[in-house]
Design a protein around this ligand. Structure first.
Ligand code: G6P
Ligand code: MG
Length: 221
């Protein structure tokens, strides 16, 4: 029996995935590693330092910087990102997300958030959604980021529900891996191609329907 829905934040609840992309793209250009949107799919859902390592590795530059230099590069990206999220407000919540949250509450299901972003709480407050969630697991409380299942497992544990009774919603391949690794049902939002491991994929949040998701969940379980 389904008990909880656990959301990713960036790229699912609001389009901050685009801001992460813009900030990393700029940083990549600054260090001489320009990259495509296709490569960016590999960064989605991945922690700040892991993202930087992936970019440097792409340009074969992972040995060109000291640990301190890497820290300042990551900080520079974050300052840029923070400037881009300055004016976020409830109008930036993606289509159908508020309806989905309302439906989840109406059904008596628990609501969780699993984001490895250190900016997650700030973004959730700006969106006016922080209070709606029963639990928010962010970078501060976990050891391993996505694709490791730790963050989704922790959310289930704090919600006091069996992972098998949870549905996770993600826009990132690393996030879908994390959900599936936790033994949960995965809803992907984005391209079928990059989210092929999800149990059901929607091209955008505007197509999300709790009724349909639960129907497929019940079929698979
Ligand atoms: C989320 C985003 C990633 C981002 C990560 C860390 O998972 O999908 O793109 O790199 O959070 O975010 P932070 O705000 O801590 O740099
Ligand atoms: Mg995401």
């Amino acid at each position: 029996e389904l008990q909880a829905i656990i959301f990713d934040l960036d790229g699912v609840i609001t389009d901050t995935a685009e801001y992460h992309y813009l900030a990393w793209k700029q940083l990549g250009e600054d260090v001489g590693v320009p990259f495509t949107r296709e490569f960016n799919e590999e960064l989605k859902g991945v922690s700040r330092m892991d993202s930087l390592e992936k970019i440097l590795a792409l340009g074969n530059k992972h040995n060109d910087f000291t640990a301190d230099e890497k820290m300042s590069l990551a900080e520079k990206k974050n300052e840029h990102y923070v400037s881009l999220i300055q004016n976020i407000s409830p109008t930036d919540i993606l289509p159908k997300i508020e309806e989905l949250i309302a439906d989840i509450k109406k059904m008596g299901l628990k609501l969780g958030l699993a984001s490895v972003s250190k900016n997650a709480l700030a973004v959730m407050s700006s969106l006016g959604l922080k209070e709606q969630f029963d639990v928010i697991v962010d970078a501060a409380t976990i050891k391993k980021g996505k694709p490791d299942p730790e963050i989704f497992l922790r959310a289930a544990e704090l919600l006091n529900v069996d992972p098998k009774a949870c549905i996770g919603i993600e826009d990132a391949a690393a996030g879908v891996d994390s959900i599936k690794g936790a033994g949960m049902f995965a809803v992907g939002v984005g391209s079928e191609q990059s989210l092929s491991k999800a149990d059901i994929v929607y091209a955008s949040t505007s197509e999300l329907s709790l009724e349909k998701i639960i129907e497929v969940y019940n079929k698979i379980k």
